[in-house]
Design a protein around this ligand. Sequence first.
Ligand code: SAM
Length: 318
Amino acid sequence: MGRSSKDKRDIYYRLAKEEGWRARSAFKLLQLDEEFNLFKGVNRAVDLCAAPGSWSQVLSRKLRKWEEKGEKAEEGEEAEEVKIVAVDLQAMAPLPGVTQIQGDITKVSTAQEIIRHFEGLPADLVVCDGAPDVTGLHDVDEYIQAQLLLAALNITTHVLKPGGTFVAKIFRGKDVTLLYSQLKIFFSCVTCAKPRSSRNSSIEAFVVCQNYSPPEGYVPNMSNPLLDHSYDEDFNQLEGPNRIIVPFLACGDLSAFDSDRTYPLQLDAGKQYQYTPPTQPPIRPPYQQACHLRKNNLLSREDAPSISPNSSQEQQEP
Ligand code: SAM
């Protein structure tokens, strides 16, 4: 492929270079903003999975432009300082007004670092354009993408202000409905949006989750099983709405037989125990050969014949 062929094929790739964006993805965030007015009133924003940094560029240009003009300040009010934090596994060239954290968004330590940076003040907007290295195995790619989104959601629950907005890349695979319902627990309005600059051939889309309103009593939890997952963790320590309890229902009459008890045979006087064969014996049980050998007293003989797996010889063996 020639050097200029991508330029010829992809208008957004070309435009990105012309307008000075680090990646064509910048247009996705710009188009989402056109539709949802994402940046209005935003002073503190987090860009998760930010490298090479075109979304951070958009945030920097849009939020700091407002800051410079003082447009956000209500009458008589000072414009608040704009803070943008960008996180990625990879290092990123610096951008004006953007603090970078090189880290993994699935790690608790990264969430803690973001919180530290905001000095206790919540963010107004969290965006995440995270994507794993695509393996080409659709199910695996979708699963990893969903895990990234859930990790981003978990960080978001630690830093976002009530009423704030979360935007994240999502793969519209077969299990996407589960993700929507998980997001709906935390946001009253969840929309799936596909900007024009996102290729139609890609299953990528973006969830725009507005009005952050966690369940009453929800406490963002650093030992959330979504992050730093450990199977030795005592999930019973989670409390309130963080602890999911599903109903446990004992079914059946209390006078029914107890399956853990041994009930002795109750035979009428003079009656012998009668064996009742199973209604449907196994068709080809794994113990078939052993039963045959034992029955014919061949178990200890080295020259014992083997039974072909298709043999029906012992199918009636109980
Ligand atoms: N929004 C970026 C931009 O406009 O320049 C492009 C993001 S790129 C599509 C996806 C990024 O996700 C990659 O830079 C990758 O390093 C990052 N990523 C993937 N998994 C991550 C993780 N667990 N933690 C942090 N970053 C991750």
